[in-house]
Design a protein around this ligand. Structure first.
Ligand code: NAD
Length: 474
């Protein structure tokens, strides 16, 4: 078995390029073959994937299946179903001035694509982009997160076993290895992680004019005013927030509601948490742990025991933080962002702490959202059509979901990505295939009749008049 993990990084990228240039990844059959190999890799090793996720994040098998393995398999199945259709050359429209002529749009692969993945969904966020990369006929170099070492090791081993031809290779490591990788020339880079590292990646990519897809984070807000559906909404909010111990890029970061609704929402969240993870979530196999000590300490610094209206248990050795709900005081603007009063509102929480921010009404909530960076997601729990439209029309976010949260990740037919500070570009399904392809227009202009003469000197009056009419026609 050939493992690429230990080989020199420039050689790994060179080999991936040579393989791409040999043309073996271009045909539809080879693309379908790679996608099937990826599916087999996951299906034959589900138990090992579950164990690795348990060891790295204490992620239970239920969550490993629904939020990691199944998301990738759904993405593969969707792509297998549609790839031939996506690949069919499309007719390209041509203006009157260029006719007679023919144009078609041909999608071609980009080349070698690098995927740099984070630790929070270390399988999904490494392999879901890979689906589109393979579907588009590229070769790939994967860099799993060093903070989830068991998953990183397993992914590197499986990739070398299921892609012995080297269409997919993995390079393991942390900052030094990623820095070395970023010195190489790639044809596209997909990065999922934090904004600061996203900037490092984009700067390095600029050296080679490499296009990037940046999947970043931010504070994704939620709004609640749906009194008739309080318990359903609270359960969905709690599930979305506290799954993976809150370490989800699209988790609701904080929830806004009016002051009079706060007590009922707190009570409903308490019931929902107990229902989902039991009276003591520490005992639940479905409740995760903070990934490492550094992140635990970052979260611990945000916690003031007296503030919690739900939760409170914290255990440093096991990196356990119980699902925690905090009610913030109504605060002056800016309520969110680096200049916010409350430390919890200054940056993405990325842990199992849910602040409730009381605001006067939906308009004020919109002002809070618009007071800082555009978020990756916005969640609205409201039965008022006017309130729903207000958020749809007056805020901007990677995605907006009514009556639920985080489910957009599983919508294979929709683009997944941020806007502004929450990311650049999007992927999933056809959007992945398109992001990792170059859509090349191919034009064919017959030599006879030679209509181009009209646009060439010497410019006579009649010719100019005719060419002006034709060209302005569009
Ligand atoms: P991170 O930015 O610290 O690390 C991501 C990757 O970058 C890792 O593979 C790491 O090895 C590499 N890296 C770290 N520092 C580097 C450096 N100085 N130079 C080069 N490479 C470096 O992110 P993380 O802590 O793994 O993940 C948390 C963040 O990711 C959160 O902000 C979260 O919102 C975001 N996120 C976004 C999405 C999304 O789909 N938009 C998904 C998950 C996580």
């Amino acid at each position: 078995m050939r493992t690429t993990a230990s080989r020199a990084i420039p050689a790994v990228v060179d080999d991936a390029r040579q393989l791409f240039e040999s043309g073996v990844t271009r045909s539809v059959d080879s693309r379908l073959g790679s996608l099937r190999a990826l599916r087999t890799m996951l299906l034959e090793n589900q138990r090992d994937v579950e164990l690795a996720l348990w060891s790295d994040l204490r992620k239970g098998p239920g969550e490993a299946q629904t939020a990691e393995i199944n998301v990738v398999i759904a993405e593969i199945n969707h792509t297998l179903r549609h790839l031939r259709r996506w690949m069919r050359p499309q007719r390209g429209p041509l203006p009157l001035s260029l006719r007679p002529a023919r144009a078609s749009l041909k999608a071609e692969p980009l080349g070698v694509v690098l995927v740099i993945a984070p630790w929070n969904y270390p399988v999904q966020l490494l392999l879901a982009p890979l689906v589109g990369i393979l579907a588009a006929g590229n070769t790939a170099v994967l860099k799993p997160s060093e903070l989830t070492p068991a998953t990183s090791r397993l992914m590197a081993l499986l990739v070398s076993k299921y892609f012995p031809d080297g269409v997919v290779r993995a390079v393991e490591g942390g900052v030094p290895e990623t820095t070395e990788l970023l010195k190489q020339r790639f044809d596209h880079i997909v990065f999922t992680g934090s904004g600061p590292v996203g900037r490092i990646v984009m700067r390095a990519a600029a050296e080679h004019l490499t296009p990037v897809t940046l999947e970043l984070g931010g504070k994704s807000p939620a709004w609640f005013d749906d009194d008739d559906n309080l318990h359903r909404a609270a359960r969905r909010l709690a599930w979305a927030k506290f799954s993976n111990a809150g370490q989800t890029c699209v988790a609701p970061d904080y929830v806004m509601t009016t002051p009079d609704r706060v007590p009922a929402l707190v009570a409903a969240l308490r019931d929902a948490i107990a229902d989902l993870w039991g009276a003591d979530p520490r005992q639940s196999d479905d409740y995760g742990r903070i990934v490492d000590q550094r992140n635990f300490d970052r979260l611990a610094a945000l916690i003031d025991r007296d503030e919690a209206v739900i939760g409170g248990d914290v255990d440093r050795p096991s990196r356990y933080i119980a699902p925690r709900v905090v009610v913030l005081p109504e605060s002056p603007h800016p309520a969110v962002g680096p200049r916010a009063d409350h430390p919890m509102m200054r940056e993405e929480i990325f842990g199992p702490i849910l602040p409730i921010l009381p605001v006067a009404d939906p308009r004020e909530a919109v002002a809070v959202v618009n007071g800082w960076d555009k978020p990756l997601a916005l969640y609205v729990f409201s039965s008022s059509g006017r309130t729903r439209r207000l958020f749809e029309e007056e805020t901007s976010s990677g995605a907006l979901v009514h009556n639920a949260a985080i489910i957009q990740v599983a919508a294979t037919g929709l683009p997944f990505g941020g806007v502004g500070a929450s990311g650049i570009g999007s992927y999933h399904g056809a959007y992945s295939w398109q992001a990792f392809s170059h859509i090349k227009p191919v034009l064919d202009k017959p030599l006879r009749p030679d209509t181009l003469r009209l646009a060439q000197p010497p410019y006579g009056r009649l010719g100019m008049a005719l060419s002006r009419r034709l060209m302005r026609h569009g």
